[in-house]
Design a protein around this ligand. Structure first.
Ligand code: CS2
Length: 497
């Protein structure tokens, strides 16, 4: 696979500075200062900062979903294009649900530091692409106007699996309608969420929002707008107090929005753009543009995200806080290796899966990424459908074993109890939390009935698995092992089999 870890990290661009030590010390003596446009030029030279004039132009990109992932991934790709002198990639970032985050970013003029850290080293960068911000819930009209702005050329989205609602389709359509009515050109609307065929799903959502009076708008949409599918990858945990403290140390000023990520990043996007010239531009920034996103999407969702969900649930139930703490346990590591090699890989169209698997296991172990298992277990009901069933169905079709997925599913059932094996209670953060916990509550006394109730939910497992007796029997078996012995004992037993 095309690994492009050094593109973002690239060498610092030369910038005029006054001596660093003096600046650093000055900043340290002024406790009220924080990272912002006015302190940017006084940061230590070790921190890479934007080498272009920020906000001199109107943003060309509207991004929906201003979470950590976007800020440490696409925003850094756009920062690279801005650095190369193309002024059209500034971002109008839209917080979908987090006014507090938008407020904090606003107070820092859209600036935040990113620690890029792994076995190759540690660097700090302040990307400069975030120029404007809005909150979707309270400033809907500003978002619609931003989509309709003449300078807007792209809309990108990271709104999470559960964000693909009719309201999202309506928001986009309202902005696009204004563009069409104003005679403006179409734009590229790129979903970057962990959904198979994300571009197609988004296009359907937008079209579904149209009414019978929107015939002309739909024709314009078809002819002038593009909804490419894309696969995005970079592990970006929610920031922790440790990262904020490290940022203050590295920058010399507090940064309430600092993030930590790995050197690796990947963006594979379908060659389908409103402006075809964008393909070469994105390529110049390290993005892979291809007609075959599907094979990258399926490999990433089932290998990386599928393993993530399995480990996150194991971590939540065993009381291990981070993905790195899970992959560091030999039998969990073996389990993940076997899950990918034996049950996922046989159904992938990518042939380089063995290198991909090994690279993933190394990435999971990155000690700098305090990637909370409870963060990844969030919204499991929305994530499992993309991550596990396709591999299980593939194994069933070939008459092959699906024991690793069956054990992972059993751990999911155990997870719905809301208390770990050490007796610590935790909250399920999931749109289906209430019904999952209600179903899972009786599992200690009525294990079989409980597993059956959870496995027959078609919104989790699809239409065919809920009727597969062999699948239900094996999940029930592993669930009993987990309850009787422990998650570790079951994982150990399977990984040594
Ligand atoms: C994770 C992803 O939270 C999750 O569900 O599996 O955010 C994962 O870290 C990214 O997709 C990596 O690119």
């Amino acid at each position: 696979m095309n690994v492009t870890p050094d593109l973002i990290r690239g060498p610092c661009l030369p910038q005029p500075r006054i001596p660093d030590q003096v600046q650093h010390d000055n900043l340290k003596t002024t406790p009220l200062m924080k990272l912002s446009a006015s302190t940017l030029t006084a940061l230590p030279a070790s921190v890479q900062t934007p080498a272009y004039k920020r906000k001199a132009h109107a943003p060309g990109v509207v991004h929906l979903g201003l979470g950590a992932f976007h800020r440490a991934h696409q925003a850094m790709v756009f920062d690279r294009l801005l650095t190369a002198g193309d002024t059209r990639w500034g971002i109008h970032g839209v917080g979908m649900t987090r006014p507090d985050l938008v407020e904090k970013l606003g107070a820092q003029d859209g600036l935040y530091a990113v620690r890029v850290a792994d076995g190759q080293g540690v660097t700090w960068q302040v990307p400069g692409a975030l120029w404007r911000m809005s909150v979707a819930t309270t400033e809907r009209d500003a978002v619609v106007q931003a989509i309709a702005a003449p300078t807007t050329r792209w809309v990108t989205l990271t709104v999470t699996e559960k964000g693909y609602t009719p309201a999202l389709g309506q928001l986009l359509l309202d902005g696009l309608r204004l563009r069409q009515q104003a005679g403006l050109p179409g734009i590229t609307i790129a979903s970057c969420d962990n959904l198979q065929g994300n571009g197609h799903k988004l296009q359907v959502l937008v079209k579904t929002a149209a009414t019978t009076h929107d015939g002309e708008l739909l024709r314009w949409l078809e002819a002038q707008c593009a909804f490419p599918c894309s696969m995005v990858d970079r592990i970006v945990p929610a920031a922790t107090a440790e990262v904020l403290a490290a940022a203050q140390e590295a920058l010399g000023v507090p940064d309430q929005c600092a993030l930590s990520t790995e050197g690796f990043w990947e963006w594979v996007i379908e060659d389908r753009f409103a402006d075809p010239a964008d393909a070469a531009l994105l390529q110049s920034a390290g993005v892979r543009v291809t007609s075959d996103v599907h094979s990258y999407e399926e490999a990433k969702l089932r290998m990386l995200n599928g393993s993530h969900t399995a480990m996150a649930l194991m971590g939540a139930v065993t009381g291990r806080p981070y993905i790195a703490s899970c992959i560091g346990v030999p039998h969990i590591r073996t389990f993940v290796h076997q899950l990918m090699s034996r049950e996922v890989a046989p159904h992938l169209s990518r042939t380089d899966w063995a290198e991909y698997r090994d690279a993933l296991i190394a990435r999971f172990g990155n000690p700098y990424l305090k990637h909370s298992v409870h963060q990844i277990a969030t919204d499991s009901s929305q994530k499992i459908p993309q991550r596990w069933p396709p591999s299980v169905l593939g194994q069933i079709a070939q008459g092959a074993s699906f024991e690793h997925h069956a054990l992972a599913a059993a751990v999911f059932v155990r997870y719905t109890l809301g208390v770990d094996e050490k007796g610590q209670a935790y909250a399920l953060n999931d749109p289906q939390a209430h019904s999952l916990m209600a179903l899972g509550a009786a599992q200690r006394t009525e294990s079989e009935a409980c597993v059956r109730a959870l496995l027959t939910r078609e919104n989790l497992w699809g239409t065919s698995l809920p009727h597969n007796t062999a699948w239900i029997t094996r999940v029930t078996h592993w669930h009993q092992q987990v309850l009787q012995y422990s998650v570790d004992a079951a994982v150990q037993q399977l990984s040594e089999a």
